[in-house]
Ligand binder design. Structure first.
Ligand code: ADP
Ligand code: MG
Length: 365
C-alpha cells in the first residue's frame, strides 16, 4: 500500500574524477512501474543504475526507496534484485541451487526455500528444469533462471542492465514480452537500461531518455514517440522528418506554420497562447504519418515532392523525396501500395494536423 513514489532520485550527480557521467538527474518511479532508461552508449545509463544499486557512490544528491534515504547504504543492504547481460549463473550449481542461493544467503528455512524456488521456476516456465546445470540450457532459458534468481527473495526493486544484449533478435523480442509478463504478474517495480529503442517501446510503462548524463525526456512510449520534446529525442527514437518553419500563429489549439518558403501547414498544439513568439522551431513528422494523397486532397496538409530513392523494408517501402525547395522528406508507404512510388515520380504527400508536432530547433549540448 505504498503511497507516492516508490523510488526517488534527487539531484543525482556522479563524477568519475573530473568527468561528469550523471548530471543532476531527478527521477521518480512508481510502485509496480516498469521504467526504461534509454540512451546511446556512454550516456550514463549504467552509471545511474549503479548509483541506484549502490555499486557506485553519488558525488552529490540522494536516493530514496520506500521513503527511506538509502544514499549511504551499502549495495547488500539495499536488497535490490539485479539482472545484467553477463548474468553469471553459478556453473557448478543446478538451476534449483542457483535460484535457491539468495534464499540460503538470507537464511530462509529449507522447506520454505523448496516451495519458493518451485513457485518461481513455474513463473518462468522452467518447473521441469530444476536439476539441470546452466550449460544444459539455451541462452533464453539461462536468462530466465537469472531472472528467477533476481526476484526470488522479493526485492523491492528489480534492476536490468541490457539483459537481452547477448541474444539474437527473435529471442530478444520473445524474451522482452516474457520479462514484461513476469514483471506484471509479480508487480515488481523495475528499472531497465537499454540502447534499443524498440525494446524500450515494447516493455515500458515510461521511458526516460538520457544523453550526456542528463535526462532529455521522461514519458509514456506513445507520448515520447508522437510528441518528442526536443530534437535529440525525436531523432533517437525512430525516424523523423524535421522541417524548418518560418513563422507561427495559433488559432483554436492549432498552430499555423509556414514551411518550405510558401507552404502553410497546421499542427495541433496544446496550451499555447494565441500569439506564441517562436523563432526556431521544427515541424516533426514521422515517415509513416505521411500518405500519398489523391488528386482531391483528403488531408489537412499536403506537400509536393519528387521521389529520388526507394528502399524496400519488407512490410513497407521507404521513399526519399525532395520538395521544390530541396527539403528531403522520407515517407513510409505500405508494401501493398508500393507500385504508386518509384524514382522520378511526383507525389502529393498528405497528413493531418494531429499527426505532426513542433519541437525546438537547437540540439542540447
Ligand atoms: P552507458 O551505460 O549509457 O553506456 P556508462 O554509464 O557506462 O554509459 O558511462 C558513462 C560515461 O562514464 C562514459 O563516458 C564512460 O566512459 C564513463 N565511465 C563509466 N564508468 C567509469 C569509471 N568507473 N571510471 C571512469 N569513467 C567511467
Ligand atoms: Mg551501459
Amino acid at each position: 500500500m505504498a503511497v507516492g513514489n516508490h523510488l526517488s532520485i534527487v539531484n543525482a550527480t556522479k563524477f568519475y574524477k573530473k568527468f561528469k557521467a550523471v548530471d543532476d538527474v531527478n527521477l521518480t518511479v512508481d510502485k509496480g512501474e516498469f521504467l526504461t532508461i534509454l540512451g546511446p552508449s556512454g550516456s550514463g545509463k549504467t552509471s545511474l543504475l549503479k548509483l541506484i544499486a549502490g555499486f557506485e557512490e553519488l558525488s552529490s544528491g540522494s536516493i530514496l526507496l520506500n521513503q527511506q534515504d538509502i544514499t549511504k547504504k551499502k549495495a547488500y543492504e539495499r536488497e535490490i534484485g539485479m539482472l545484467f547481460q553477463n548474468y553469471a549463473l553459478f556453473p557448478h550449481m543446478t538451476v534449483f541451487e542457483n535460484v535457491a542461493y539468495p534464499l540460503h544467503l538470507r537464511k530462509v528455512p529449507k522447506s520454505e526455500i523448496a516451495h519458493k524456488v518451485k513457485e518461481i521456476l513455474k513463473l518462468v516456465h522452467l518447473e521441469d528444469y530444476g536439476s539441470r546445470y546452466p550449460k544444459q540450457l539455451s541462452g533464453g532459458q539461462q536468462q530466465r533462471v537469472a531472472l528467477a534468481r533476481a526476484i526470488v527473495f522479493n526485492p523491492p526493486l528489480l534492476l536490468l542492465d541490457e539483459p537481452l544484449g547477448a541474444l539474437d533478435k527473435n529471442l530478444r523480442q520473445q524474451m522482452q514480452l516474457e520479462i514484461k509478463h513476469i514483471q506484471e504478474t509479480v508487480g515488481i517495480t523495475t528499472i531497465s537500461v537499454t540502447h534499443d529503442q524498440e525494446e524500450a517501446l515494447t516493455m515500458s510503462d515510461r521511458i526516460c531518455v538520457m544523453n550526456h548524463g542528463r535526462i532529455e525526456q521522461v514519458d509514456s512510449p506513445t507520448n515520447l514517440y508522437q510528441h518528442p520534446k526536443n530534437r535529440f529525442v525525436a531523432e533517437f527514437i525512430g525516424e523523423i522528418n524535421l522541417i524548418p518553419i518560418q513563422y507561427v500563429t495559433v488559432e483554436n489549439q492549432k498552430a499555423i506554420v509556414k514551411i518550405l518558403q510558401d507552404q502553410m501547414a497546421t499542427v495541433v498544439v496544446q496550451g499555447w497562447e494565441k500569439e506564441k513568439k517562436v523563432t526556431s522551431l521544427l515541424l516533426a513528422l514521422r515517415p509513416e504519418n505521411l500518405q500519398v494523397a489523391g488528386e482531391q486532397a483528403e488531408f489537412e496538409n499536403t506537400i509536393h515532392a519528387q521521389v529520388y530513392e526507394t528502399i524496400y523494408v519488407g512490410e513497407a517501402i521507404k521513399a526519399k523525396a525532395k520538395t521544390m525547395t530541396g527539403q528531403v522528406i522520407t515517407v513510409k508507404i505500405p508494401a501493398t501500395q508500393a507500385d504508386t512510388v518509384y524514382c522520378g515520380k511526383e507525389l502529393l504527400l498528405g497528413w493531418n494536423s494531429k499527426d505532426a508536432t513542433l519541437i525546438p530547433e537547437e540540439v542540447s549540448a
